[in-house]
Design a protein. Structure first.
Length: 451
């Protein structure tokens, strides 16, 4: 009641203010409290914050997405909401991806997960309790890998060219089988250990964890081969899309790109240093001060141990050792990632724009495998690359450890055949690299304006 007995109206309540939200299937969720209970750790779920299509992460990282949808239902936000960090609609795909219950991906995933759990049951493990991440043996091997890499780095500082060779090979493998796997939270069931190994391995890898997570885990894995959105495409150094900005020099990209490939890790480190300083946002949510500091700490520590110390301690001989290290790291790592998506038959983005497309089937068609199958060779490349030779499987099941990929791959290939889209694969690394060379050449001839 106001003065004189007159009734007054209460001031209208303002909008609910939320720091950041998760947009999933068009609905907003405040998962901040839930993130602390997330089995994969808080950092894993934060990758999807502010993304316009958070369902991509729910579907691809969880064996049963419907269970997750039920768990987060109580965190849905309704009514008038003000977001401090708005949903990043600029990262919305031009393809209308679907996850229909009777669609290709959902049906294939159900059969594939059952196959893995059935194999575990044969080993007297409870199917529902099957560990889909790395086991204790793999984690121990990865820790030993980092320790040996650190020791070889010290020997490199002493001027050993043999140590430089060892560091180059170990670094290349470290990027793929430790840093990359940990970035997808699939290295260990312990999220804290997973994160610790992620940061430790990134010091040797040469990039920053937060930058890698936004560029690769969020952008590349959600928007594979999509022009502008997928930042793993190395434009404008090379170009593969019809509608992209083609320059005259691109007509020779299949020739000049190879010296860059064998120095890619060095370019990667310095470009990320510039990126961290210049970009206010990357992926969806902007970097927090602690994340910026962590990026700088990782990158500068890497440059100190990889470039500064060998040259400072060994002079011009140190320059030679750095070059050996860079060449081998870039070759071991680089010649694996260049053949994963840029192969004839994987470039389906242009024809998919504006259409409803099963997300999983798009991922499967736009990715390529090399050295699949069984036998010693297939096992070796699966272990060396952390499963990235089975790239199709990795994109469909990024949250599952690569030790399960061979079993999953059998189901994937079978379902791709049934769908009329046989998997794109190369029998050897050499044939994969040859196919990549031909693909770059074909793109130049089709799209680059000839003078």
């Amino acid at each position: 009641m106001g003065a004189g007995g007159k009734q007054t109206q209460a001031a209208p309540a303002g909008p609910q203010v939320i720091e950041q939200a998760w947009q999933i299937n068009g609905k907003l969720y405040d998962l901040e409290k839930f993130s602390h209970m997330h089995p994969g750790g808080k950092r894993a779920i934060e990758n999807a914050a502010c993304h316009p299509n958070g369902e991509y992460f729910v579907e691809s990282y969880h064996p049963d997405a419907d269970v997750v949808y039920d768990q987060i239902e109580k965190y849905e936000v309704s009514g008038d909401v003000k977001l401090v960090k708005p949903i990043a609609d600029e990262f919305k795909s031009q393809i209308d991806y679907t996850f229909e219950k009777d669609g290709w991906y959902r049906k294939m995933k159900k059969v594939a997960i059952q196959a893995v759990r059935g194999k575990a049951k044969n080993r007297n493990q409870k199917p529902k309790k099957t560990n889909l991440r790395g086991d204790d043996i793999y984690v121990a091997v990865d820790i030993l890998h980092l320790c040996v890499l650190a020791m070889c780095t010290l020997l490199l500082w002493a001027g050993s060219w043999k140590a430089a060779i060892a560091v180059g090979v170990l670094r290349g493998a470290c990027i793929m089988r430790i840093a990359h796997v940990a970035s997808h939270s699939s290295l260990s069931v312990n999220p804290d250990l997973n994160m610790a190994l992620y940061y430790a391995s990134m010091i040797f890898a040469g990039t920053a964890p937060e930058i890698w997570s936004r560029k690769h885990v969020v952008r590349h894995h959600v928007n594979t081969n999509e022009d502008v959105l997928d930042e793993d495409r190395m434009e404008p150094i090379k170009c593969i899309f019809k509608g992209a900005d083609w320059f005259d020099y691109h007509k020779n990209q299949h020739i000049y790109v190879w010296p860059f490939y064998v120095h890619v890790v060095m370019a990667w480190s310095f470009s990320d240093l510039i990126l961290n300083a210049s970009r206010a946002t990357a992926g969806c949510a902007g970097y927090k001060p602690m994340q910026i500091a962590a990026n700088y700490a990782t990158l500068l520590t890497h440059m100190l141990i990889t470039y500064v110390m060998p040259i400072y301690l060994c002079g011009w001989w140190g320059v030679f050792l750095v070059e050996i290290n860079t060449l081998l790291t870039s070759t071991v790592f680089g010649f694996e990632f260049i053949v994963n998506h840029e192969i004839e038959g994987c470039d389906i983005y242009e024809e998919s724009k504006g259409k409803k497309v099963d997300w999983g089937l798009y991922q499967a068609i736009s990715s390529a495998d090399f050295h699949p199958g069984e036998g010693a060779g297939a096992w070796f490349f699966n272990q060396l690359t952390g499963g990235l030779n089975l790239q199709i499987c990795h994109h469909l099941f990024p949250g599952i450890h690569y030790r399960h990929y061979p079993e999953l791959n059998k189901v994937i290939y079978e379902h791709m055949e049934k769908a009329g889209h046989p998997a794109t694969r190369s029998d050897t690394v050499v044939s994969a690299v040859t196919n990549h060379y031909q693909f770059l050449k074909n793109c130049s001839e089709k799209y680059c304006k000839q003078e």
